[in-house]
Design a protein around this ligand. Structure first.
Ligand code: IPM
Ligand code: MG
Length: 368
């Protein structure tokens, strides 16, 4: 039997630096836990544009569709700001999401105890925080038609369309309810049903899925603006939040900052089950390409490593090994290891990206 396959797309900016540390972790699991993967690496985003004139080559798309899971670093950077919209680095990422049909984007916001002081909120509001944002990822205003910039009279008009079908809402709602059952059994659905028809339909469908198949889960609805406010007022009231593509983009950045650093947060984007029963999947850190610190050894690799932990859990049925990795990270942080993004007001000497990798590998060794 062949090993499970992983396609690694380091991408741009700090993507390759943080992914180097993930590769060391993958090698560790092969050597020490008898968990070998067939790993292939390819280009995405600006790196792919530089090589091929497109942010995602068709061959890479085909490899992504064939892999058991995709690990992505980050895309984009100032060098590509003036590119034509159709070949911008972000288009590569959006094409992966769309063609792999990764409709359910899981963005956990978890506050490590050792980092509660780093949050912009008071430590008692975030200590022990553990929420999961489920963001719809393949529809809504990101993909809706019509779109474009057109001439109207003597001026131009920018157009995008928010559009959701019942089945698109239904399937992402189900994934949120399923997750909630494995957590604290609470879902809060967020939209703007007060001003948007798509929000009215969203609310109706989520409620119907709940009443029909998940009556045991506690469901509430909230307008997304109130949701943003509640997230910074009392974030621990939430367990699972389910929301659309654009609100999910914004609310997940907001939730991320509650935990102290964007450099800590992983994500999983899941689609329909493949022949092997596991969902089609791509894993990526929530942070972007961070051009301001690229190439300086300052980047925090934890979000990307935690994304691999999510892959172990959701794609490879290795929940215990995922927990082993998460515990190793927790221990390293408790011992005081800090990359530059985790420097509190009291300062200190940050460790490098590679040193953080070293520390996590040592903690993994110690876990055996
Ligand atoms: C994200 C990012 C992307 C998005 C960009 C890079 C296209 O902000 O994954 O949250 O808007 O979805
Ligand atoms: Mg975003």
């Amino acid at each position: 039997m062949s090993n499970p396959s992983l396609l690694i797309l380091p991408g741009d900016g700090i993507g390759p630096e943080v992914m180097d540390q993930v590769t060391r972790i993958i090698d560790w699991f092969a050597a020490k836990r008898d968990l070998p993967f067939d790993v292939e690496t390819d280009l995405v985003g600006g790196a792919a544009y530089d090589a091929h004139g497109t942010p995602l080559h068709d061959d890479t798309m085909a490899k992504a569709l064939a892999a058991d899971a995709v690990l992505l670093g980050a895309v984009g950077g100032p060098k590509y700001d003036d590119l034509d919209f159709a070949v911008k680095p972000e288009r590569g990422l959006l094409r992966l999401r769309k063609e792999m049909d990764l409709f359910s984007n899981l963005r956990p916001a978890q506050c490590f105890d050792a980092l509660a002081d780093f949050s912009s909120l008071k430590p008692e509001l975030v200590a022990g925080l553990d929420i999961m944002i489920v963001r719809e990822l393949t529809s809504g205003v990101y993909f809706g038609e019509p779109r474009g910039i057109i001439e109207e009279g003597n001026e131009r008009v920018g157009i995008n369309t928010q559009r959701y079908t019942e089945s698109e809402i239904d399937r992402v709602a189900r994934s949120a309810f399923e997750l909630a059952r494995r957590r604290n059994n609470k879902v809060c659905s967020m939209e703007k049903a007060n001003v948007m028809e798509s929000g009215i339909l969203w609310r109706e469908v989520v409620q119907k899925v709940h009443d029909t198949d998940y009556p045991d889960v506690e469901l509430s609805h909230m307008y997304a603006d109130n949701g943003a406010m509640q997230l910074v007022r009392a974030p621990k009231q939430f367990d699972v939040i389910v929301t659309d593509n654009l609100f999910g983009d914004i609310l997940s950045d907001c939730a991320a900052m509650l935990t102290g650093s964007l450099g800590m947060l992983p994500s999983a984007s899941l689609g329909a089950p493949m022949a092997n029963g596991r969902p089609k999947a791509m894993y990526e850190p929530v942070h972007g390409s961070a051009p301001d610190i690229t190439g300086q050894g300052k980047a925090n690799p934890i979000a990307c490593i935690l994304s691999f932990a999510m892959a172990l859990r959701y794609s490879f049925d290795q929940g215990d090994e995922a927990t082993r990795l998460e515990d190793a990270i927790e221990k390293v942080l408790a011992d005081g290891a800090r990359t530059a993004d985790l420097m509190g007001p009291e300062g200190g000497t940050p460790i490098s990206t590679t040193e953080m990798g070293d520390a996590i590998l040592a903690a993994l060794d110690a876990s055996l």
